[in-house]
Design a protein. Structure first.
Length: 126
């Protein structure tokens, strides 16, 4: 009589997949990584404890023509000029206030398109 071999695999050849009866423990996010997020138009503000990040999406995907930093006495500014003749202008005061404007330079003259609220340093936000 010939021996018949089964084509089915035995239960011992494949590892058993067991589901845990206990749910996975969720880890809490540390306080330093918790934030709130606000959107104002295309601008996103993420606020963490003692710090904040401001993202200006109006500049996304625009090729930069040049970036210029200017300083004289108590006046400091950074201009980011784009190839389409628009620019983002940052004025930085010595106490660290950031004034931001988006402007059009197509005609050769400055024409404001958008202005954001003043951003103050964390020490002045008390």
């Amino acid at each position: 009589m010939a021996v018949i071999e089964s084509k089915r695999s035995s239960a011992h050849t494949q590892p058993a997949v067991r589901k845990s009866s206990q749910p996975k423990k969720q880890t809490r996010v540390p306080e330093s990584l918790r934030f709130t997020e606000k959107r104002k138009g295309k601008t996103t503000i993420r606020q963490y404890r003692g710090r904040s990040f401001h993202r200006f999406e109006e500049a996304k995907g625009k090729p930069i023509d040049y970036i210029e930093f200017f300083t004289s006495g108590g006046y400091h500014s950074i201009d980011v000029s784009f190839e389409d003749k628009t620019a983002v202008h940052f004025v930085i005061e010595p106490t660290f206030n950031l004034e931001t404007e988006y402007a059009d330079w197509k005609t050769g003259n400055w024409r404001g398109i958008k202005q954001w609220p003043l951003i103050r340093s964390a020490t002045l936000n008390a």
